[in-house]
Design a protein around this ligand. Structure first.
Ligand SMILES: Nc1ncnc2c1ncn2[C@@H]1O[C@H](COP(=O)(O)OP(=O)(O)OP(=O)(O)O)[C@@H](O)[C@H]1O
Length: 461
C-alpha cells in the first residue's frame, strides 16, 4: 500500500505581510500588521511612540528606535537592525542567580499567582525547535522546599539575517501575548515570560518563556513509536477537539496544529502549545468581524488548500483542516497528502472524486466517503478506524472551507459525546515528586516507559 510517511514537520513562514521595507529600504514593522494583532495587554509591556510615521496602504510604518520595552535589561537588537531599543531598566527586574526572571508589575496582575522573583537552576536541554531550545529548569519552593520543574523555552538569537531575527522576535511576542491569556486544561500553561541574564545559557540576555514541564514529550513521539491503543487515540481525539474548539471560541487561529506541538502533560492530558505563528482574528463571541490571515504559515503537510491559493483566508477554518490531518495521522500514522495542492497525486484525485460525487456536503455523504477510501491509497487505512472518527476526519478535510463543521458541532455529536475522555482538570502539576519527573523527554519512549496513565475517563459533554 502506498502511503505518505509521517515525519517531523518544520514550521514555515511565507508571510511577508508583517515585515515591510520602508523608504530607506530598511525593514520595519507595521503597527497594523503586527501590533494590531496583539491583545491590549501587550501594550502594558511595550510603549510605542511613532516618531515619524507614514500612512501607506492604511498601515502606519514605525521607524526604528520607537518601540521601547522598559522591563528589558539591555538592547536586544543592535544599532544596525534596531527596531526595539530599550532605554530603561527597573532594578527590581534583575535576577539573582544564573537564571533570572523579571516580571513587569502589570504582568503580575495577569498572573497574580507568580511571585515576583524566582531563582531557577538550569538542568539540561531536552529539545530544539525551529526558533528555540527547550531546557528543563528547577525552582526550589522557599516554603515547602519542594523542587518544582519547569520547561524554559529559550529563543535562539539568530545572527544569520535581519529578517530571521525579526521572525524570532515576532514569534516570541506572539507566544508571549497569546498563550498566557488562555485557560484550558488542554492548552499548555505559560508560567511567565522572562529574560535570561548572563547565564549558563549564553553570554547575553535573551527572551525566554517559562512553561509547565511535560516530561513525556510530544504526541509525535507517541505516534511514531506506535505506543497508543485505540482507547488512547479516541481519548486524544476528544482532547484535541476540545483544545481547538476552545481556541476557535477565543477567535485564535493557531496556524501550526501538528503532533509536534501537542505535549503530554504530567496529568496525562494533552497540552497544545507553540503559538508563535498564531493570530488573534477577532473578539470572542463576535462572528461578524473575523479578520482574514495571509501566507503559507505552518507546516506543509497540515496546511489547508486555501493557504496555497488564496491571498487571504479564514485562519479559523484553515485550523479545522489542519485538525483533520492531525486526527488522520493520529489514527493511521500516515499523511493523507504531502501537500494539499493540485500537483499532489492523491490530493488531485481527492478533488476529482469530490467533483464526480458532487461534494462532501451532498446528501450522499457516505458514498463519497466510501469512494475516496476505495480509490485513494493514503486514505485506505481509515477503513480500520471507528466509523465516528472516520466521519469527523473526512468532514474536516473538506476543501470547501465554508463547509467544514465547527468543532463545537463535532463535540456535540452522539459518537463524540459518548467517548470516554480523560478529564483530570487538576492544575496541581507542581506538586509531583522528583521521581515522577525523572522521566526524560529526550529519551526514546516506549509503552513501558510511559508514566502509568490511568485514564481518568469521564464523559464531559
Ligand atoms: N513544556 C515542554 N515540556 C517538555 N517538552 C517540551 C516543552 N515545550 C516544548 N517541548 C519539546 O520541544 C519541542 C520544540 O518545542 P516548540 O515547538 O515549542 O519549539 P519551536 O522553536 O517553536 O519549534 P517549531 O517551530 O519547530 O515547532 C517540542 O516538539 C517538544 O518535543
Amino acid at each position: 500500500m502506498t502511503n505518505y510517511p509521517f515525519f517531523r514537520q518544520g514550521t514555515i513562514f511565507v508571510d511577508n505581510s508583517a515585515i515591510q521595507r520602508n523608504s530607506e529600504n530598511k525593514n520595519s514593522l507595521s503597527i497594523e500588521n503586527i501590533f494590531g494583532r496583539f491583545p491590549k495587554e501587550f501594550f502594558q509591556f511595550f510603549s510605542i511612540n511613532v516618531s515619524k510615521s507614514t500612512t501607506k496602504k492604511s498601515s502606519v510604518v514605525i521607524k526604528p528606535s520607537t518601540i521601547t520595552a522598559p522591563w528589558l535589561e539591555n538592547e536586544y537588537l543592535d544599532s544596525n537592525t534596531s527596531l526595539l531599543s530599550v532605554h530603561s531598566i527597573q532594578p527590581s527586574f534583575i535576577g539573582m542567580s544564573d537564571f533570572a526572571i523579571g516580571l513587569d508589575p502589570s504582568l503580575k496582575r495577569i498572573l497574580p499567582e507568580i511571585r515576583f522573583r524566582l531563582d531557577f537552576q538550569h538542568l539540561k536541554s531536552i529539545a530544539k525547535g525551529a526558533t528555540s531550545t527547550i531546557k528543563v529548569v528547577t525552582h526550589r519552593d522557599k516554603i515547602t522546599d519542594a523542587k518544582i520543574y519547569y520547561a524554559a523555552k529559550v529563543y535562539r538569537k539568530t545572527k544569520t539575517s535581519h529578517k530571521k531575527r525579526l521572525n524570532t522576535m515576532v514569534y516570541f511576542l506572539r507566544e508571549w501575548s497569546i498563550q498566557p491569556k488562555l485557560d484550558h486544561p488542554n492548552i499548555l500553561k505559560v508560567i511567565c515570560p522572562c529574560v535570561t541574564l548572563t547565564s549558563v545559557f549564553n553570554k547575553s540576555a535573551g527572551f525566554c518563556l517559562v512553561q509547565e514541564y511535560c516530561p513525556q514529550g510530544d504526541l509525535f513521539k507517541q505516534i511514531e513509536e506506535k505506543v497508543l491503543t485505540l482507547e488512547d487515540k479516541c481519548c486524544y481525539l476528544k482532547q484535541i477537539l476540545q483544545a481547538v474548539a476552545y481556541l476557535q471560541s477565543q477567535r485564535i487561529a493557531h496556524r501550526d496544529l501538528k503532533p509536534e506541538n501537542i505535549l503530554i502533560g504530567r496529568d496525562g492530558l494533552l497540552k497544545l502549545t507553540d503559538f508563535g505563528t498564531s493570530e488573534i482574528v477577532g473578539n470572542p463571541g463576535d462572528n461578524e468581524s473575523i479578520r482574514f490571515v495571509s501566507g503559507a504559515v505552518g507546516s506543509l503537510a497540515y496546511l489547508a488548500p486555501e493557504a496555497f491559493h488564496e491571498n487571504e483566508y479564514c485562519g479559523l477554518l484553515a485550523d479545522r483542516w489542519s485538525c483533520g490531518i492531525l486526527l488522520k495521522v493520529l489514527f493511521t500514522g500516515y499523511f493523507p497528502f504531502k501537500t494539499s495542492v493540485k500537483t499532489d497525486l492523491y490530493y488531485s484525485k481527492y478533488m476529482s472524486i469530490l467533483t464526480d460525487t458532487c461534494g462532501i456536503s451532498s446528501t450522499d455523504e457516505s458514498s463519497f466517503q466510501t469512494e475516496v477510501i476505495k480509490q485513494i491509497p493514503t486514505l485506505q487505512p481509515l477503513r480500520y478506524i471507528p466509523e465516528g472518527a472516520k466521519k469527523i476526519i473526512l468532514s474536516l478535510l473538506n476543501p470547501d472551507s465554508q463547509n467544514r463543521p465547527s468543532l463545537d458541532s463535532i463535540l456535540g455529536t452522539a459518537w463524540v459525546r459518548k467517548l470516554d475522555c480523560c478529564s483530570n482538570f487538576s492544575t496541581d502539576h507542581e506538586n509531583k515528586s522528583l521521581q515522577e519527573v525523572d522521566f526524560d523527554a529526550s529519551k526514546p519512549i516506549t509503552r513501558k516507559s510511559l508514566i502509568p496513565r490511568i485514564h481518568n475517563h469521564q464523559t464531559l459533554v
